[in-house]
Design a binder for this molecule. Sequence first.
Ligand SMILES: Cc1cc2nc3c(=O)[nH]c(=O)nc-3n(C[C@H](O)[C@H](O)[C@H](O)COP(=O)(O)O)c2cc1C
Length: 201
Amino acid sequence: MNPESLFELMKSRRSIRRYVDKPVDKAMILRLLEAAMWAPSAHNRQPWRFAVLTDAADKDKLARAMGARLRADRTADGDDLKDIERDVARSYVRLTGAPVLIVVCMSMEDMDTYTDSRRNRNEWVMATQSTAMAAQNLLLLAHTEGLGACWLCAPLFVPELVQATLSLPEDWQPQGVITLGYPDQQKEKDRQSVDSLVLFL
Ligand SMILES: Cc1cc2nc3c(=O)[nH]c(=O)nc-3n(C[C@H](O)[C@H](O)[C@H](O)COP(=O)(O)O)c2cc1C
C-alpha cells in the first residue's frame, strides 16, 4: 500500500448527497459493512449495528416519519412555515433519492457497566466513538469503490422514532444514517490549516 495514495484517498473523499439511479450490489454493500467492522473499538466489543434499506417503500416510510417529526419540532419552534416545508422536502429527497440507506446504530449490550453514572457515561461515549470510526471506514472504502456517501445526523435526534419505524432491536440506538450510491455530483471542500488546530507541546 502506497501511503501517498491512502492520504490522497482520504483527502479526496467528499460527502455526496445526489446519486444516479443505479443500484448498489448487495455484495458491495456487505464489503463496505465488513470494512466498517474492521474499525478499532473500545475493548474490541464492536458496538456498531447497521440496518440496510434498499427497498423504496422502506426508505419512504423512514423519510416520511422523520419528516413529520421535523415538521412538528420546527413548527413548535415557531419557524417560518415555508422554510419548514422546504427543509422537510429536502430531507425527503435526500433519503429517498439514495439507492441505499444504512442506519448506523450502536448497542451497549456488550459494553461494560459500572455502579456509577460517570463511568457508564464514559462507556457510552466509547461506544459512540467506536461506531463513528466504523462509519469512517465505510465512507472511505465507498469512495475507493467509486461510490458516494454522506452521513446524515437526523436519526440521532429521533432515535425512538427510527427504532419504531424500522422495528429495530430494542438495544440498537440510531446514531445517524449513511446515504449511499453512485455519485451524481462533484464536491469540493477545504480544511483549516494543520497549524491552526494543533499544539505541539
Ligand atoms: C456527525 C456528522 C453529522 C453530519 N450531518 C449531516 C447532515 O445532517 N446533513 C448533511 O448534509 N451532511 C451532514 N454531515 C456531512 C458534513 O456536512 C460534511 O462531512 C462536512 O461538511 C465536510 O464535507 P466533506 O465530508 O465533503 O469533506 C455530517 C457529518 C458528520 C461527521
